[in-house]
Design a protein around this ligand. Structure first.
Ligand code: CP
Ligand code: NVA
Length: 304
């Protein structure tokens, strides 16, 4: 049966660990110029309703390394822009291609796509989740610390798609997650409730110092996500105390790394000093999108 990646909860703990292991192996093979070609003859459709640098290019380059190819459909390229139903688009694309990556607004759109397409559907970011990014970030954590468990991971800022995906990762893996979000900008309450019911070490307050205290991984993201440009000014006021700067970083474990999925706004959610400083792991983090997604494509499309 086909598998999708709509949120990290679509994966078991064992599957996440397997992907991380394979991503590391594919990274080594790529550096030696020995990419395997298991996806020769396979085609991936990329449906993007929002802009992208990393997600688009890492998927396009990644499947090319593995022998496959892509078809990119931007916001105005397909009949979706003229209201052709998702369900119809899904069934037609599934007759042509072997997998779909979709970046869009509501999570319900990717759910609908996956329901009607009998090929794997991968969430390339919605308003609610960004699973490919957080899986890649786990690869970076694994590289830096040799493990993804028994760590204190902090999330500072908006309770957005990235924060939600970190919560889903913490529901599957044994690390503790401390989220500091301004009042009114909390992550998905249903995920927080799931964490509470399962007794997972996932905590939420509005206090960034509490969240980063002795943490090994500090995460942040833009204050206004794609689609929220109109709220940017009011968000700036609310988020000012949540900037990841040298003062905040001093509260963390001295070996802590700083992650940001990028694009970053220097002087807003993160200072230029921190982003360019020795503790930032953002370039490795961006690179790992490529390797982790290759492992994902190999797994999801290779068996089809
Ligand atoms: N981090 C990330 O998803 O970047 P893009 O918006 O450039 O794809
Ligand atoms: N939260 C950001 C992530 C960008 C990769 C957004 O949705 O715009």
């Amino acid at each position: 049966m086909k598998r999708d990646l709509l949120t990290i909860l679509d994966l078991s703990t064992a599957e996440i660990m397997q992907l991380l292991g394979r991503a590391a192996a594919l990274k080594t093979l790529h550096k030696k110029g020995r990419d395997p070609k298991p996806l020769a003859g396979k085609t991936l459709a990329l449906i993007f309703d929002k802009p992208s640098t990393r997600t688009r290019v890492s998927f396009e380059a990644g499947i090319a390394h593995l022998g496959g190819t892509t078809i990119y459909l931007g916001r105005t390229d397909s009949q979706l822009s003229r209201n052709e139903p998702i369900a119809d688009t899904a069934r037609v694309l599934a007759r042509y291609v072997d997998g779909i990556v979709i970046r869009t607004f509501g999570q319900e759109i990717v759910v609908e796509m996956a329901r009607y397409a009998d090929i794997p559907v991968i969430n390339g970011l919605t308003d609610s989740h960004h699973p490919c990014q957080v899986l890649s970030d786990l690869q970076t954590v694994q590289e830096r610390f040799g493990r993804v468990t028994d760590l204190k991971i902090a999330w500072i800022g908006d309770g957005n798609n990235m924060a939600n995906s970190w919560i889903t990762a913490a529901l599957r893996l044994n690390f503790s997650l401390y989220l500091a979000c301004p009042p009114g900008y909390d992550p998905d309450p249903a995920l927080m409730e799931q964490a509470r019911q399962l007794g997972r070490p996932i905590y939420l307050k509005d206090d960034p110092v509490w969240a980063v205290q002795d943490a090994q991984v500090i995460n942040t993201d833009v204050w206004a996500s794609m689609g929220q440009e109109g709220e940017a000014r009011e968000r700036q006021q609310a988020f000012l105390p949540y900037q990841v700067n040298d003062d905040l970083l001093r509260q963390a474990d001295p070996q802590a790394i700083v992650l940001h999925c990028l694009p970053a706004h220097r002087g807003e959610e993160i200072t230029g000093e921190v982003l360019e400083g020795p503790q930032a792991a953002v370039w490795d983090q961006a690179e790992n999108r490529l390797h982790l997604q290759k492992a994902l494509l190999e797994w999801l499309l290779g068996a089809v």
